[in-house]
Design a protein around this ligand. Structure first.
Ligand code: PEP
Ligand code: MN
Length: 286
């Protein structure tokens, strides 16, 4: 028998059956390619409503959007906070969408918890071990971003902290790591996606938006992620990217997202995945 790695509960050796997370009618980590789209941050009712109306027509079942934003500069837009959460809930009710949003700090857990279906843990918090332990005691699925400086083992050990808390529903999210190359915002670790799938039974999602920082790279980075075995994609879109209050340059125009989805389906099919959203998408685009 092969040795069990340090990240025991997260490992394939411990559980040789893929974890499939059932949330809001989606099975994350199953056969179907899971898609999340939405703005980096919720900015206004008009913004989130326009985006949700469009993405839901494409058959995308989850909306993303930060209400409490971890920004590098304290002078940058920090999010609409509770108002942002209510706006997410509003479009979730109108369009029957699942919500994923970030919990930036333990003190915000009770505020965010009632609004979200999946709790996002940001890259900057992947090594906040006390936070991970506590968040592991919650009963909602957790999407754990890879720390921008984290090795594969550190990332899986961070997942282990959450699993040890008793929460089995952890989703790994590759969002690019910092390397010597500054030509892109980060370096999307494509082999890391394949590797995480081989080492762990947990679902792996790719975030090409934080990884590239450039809307022109979202399509190739997404296709490569699907080909590498990603269970899903989380993509930033905006109704007016030039005016976005955060991450405008990496946010797709709405139509761009619609245009690239048939190619997502082609690559997904080639690697044995289904795309339940593609039928609806075709109807919208005829
Ligand atoms: C985000 O998803 O907008 C975000 C801030 O992500 P990360 O934590 O990966 O930087
Ligand atoms: Mn962002």
């Amino acid at each position: 028998m092969t040795d069990i790695p340090k990240y025991k509960l997260a490992s394939r050796q411990w559980k040789n059956k893929k974890t499939i997370i059932d949330v809001k009618g989606c099975k994350i980590g199953g056969d179907d390619l899971f898609l999340i789209a939405g703005p980096c941050a919720v900015e206004s009712e008009e913004q989130i409503e326009t985006i949700a109306s469009y993405t839901s027509k494409l058959g995308i079942k989850f909306i993303r959007g930060g209400a409490f934003k971890p920004r590098t500069s304290p002078y940058s837009f920090q999010g609409l906070k509770e108002t942002g959460l209510s706006l997410l809930k509003q479009v979730s009710n109108t369009y029957d969408l699942g919500i994923i949003t970030e919990v930036m700090d333990l003190s915000l857990l009770d505020t965010v918890y009632p609004y979200t279906d999946i709790i996002q843990i940001g890259s900057r918090n992947m090594k906040n071990y006390h936070f991970l332990k506590e968040i592991g005691k919650t009963d909602k699925p957790i999407m754990l971003k890879r720390g921008m400086d984290a090795t594969m083992e550190e990332w899986l050990l961070a997942a282990e902290y959450i699993l040890l808390g008793g929460n089995d529903n952890v989703i790994l999210c590759e969002r690019g790591i910092r390397t010597f190359d500054t030509s892109n915002r980060n370096t999307l670790d494509i082999a890391g996606i394949a590797s995480a799938k081989q080492l762990s039974h947990l679902p792996v999602i790719s975030d090409p938006s934080q990884a590239t920082g450039n809307r022109d790279l979202i399509k190739p980075a997404s296709l490569a992620s699907i080909a590498a075995g990603a269970d899903g994609l989380m993509i930033e879109v905006h109704n007016d990217p030039k005016k976005a209050l955060s991450d405008g340059p990496q946010s797709l125009y709405l139509e761009q997202l619609g245009d690239m989805m048939p190619d997502f389906a082609k690559v997904a099919k080639a690697v044995g995945k289904t795309c339940s959203w593609s039928h609806k998408h075709e109807i919208v685009n005829v």
